[in-house]
Design a protein around this ligand. Sequence first.
Ligand code: ADP
Ligand code: MG
Length: 288
Amino acid sequence: AIPLVVAISTAISAQKGLLIRNRTAFEEARKITAMVFDKTGTLTEGEFGVNRIKVLVPDMDEATFLSMVAALEQPSQHPIAQGIVREAKKRDLDLPGISDFQSITGKGVSAMVAGQRVLVVSPGFLKEAGIEQPHDAFGSGAETVVFVLIDDQIAGYVALADKIREDSKEAIQRLQESGIKVYMATGDNQKVADAVAKELGLDGVYAEVLPDQKVNVVKDLQKQGQFVAMTGDGVNDAPALAQANVGIAVGSGTDVAAETADIILVNSRPTDITNLVEFGRATYRKMI
Ligand code: ADP
Ligand code: MG
């Protein structure tokens, strides 16, 4: 049987923007000692705007370049992809047809465009492939940069920026006041990760983390004796959500993340997690 106080608390949680999928998660929430947040779409809004475009192919104009990149990104659910497609729509561009679309989870996308293999990928992918990054790719600001390859040759890049969610700072401060260490794990570059970590006063940051490595971040903290909660929104976050003691999916994210999680943040508000932890602790104090 469900203790009445828990049943009531679960109902209250639903009103507070949390959907509890696994009843024990509510009980576990008060035991959390470390919280790992995904960046994009969790601590940030996940709404990328295009800041800069660089075309490195001789004789290709920016509109042609952007329409090709947007065509490739159209089938992708990633917030970066959505930002690029929005920019192309804003400019009224016609997108070329693509075929053989493939998603390279946590690294980018790939497809055939006009008989050529085109990829839009992360800095980490370039490094692995041994392709040199254009020297001006990273400006002075903290930007998310994706690179375009045409038949294995660097063809240019797109620099984008996202905004930190309004209540991320408060959420993190209050978790820290509850004695919880707060970390961020992101597939994005170190510079962006450090800027967000500094702005939010995080206890630690893991950048350029590949999807299969996010699980290891959780495992490492567990090995240190931490009771770990993980919050994420993407397909790539699902294994880490499953590994965590408490898996929390952001409501605006993908279905895969939601299906794996114990808790869903309906309104995508980080402070709802803080409320859950504080509320969970108060509830169980009442039972004892
Ligand atoms: P995060 O942890 O911030 O949610 P992801 O693991 O989803 O990031 O992605 C990591 C990196 O992989 C991105 O910063 C980007 O460089 C690249 N990437 C992933 N999906 C795409 C895509 N659809 N288009 C371009 N780049 C992508
Ligand atoms: Mg993500």
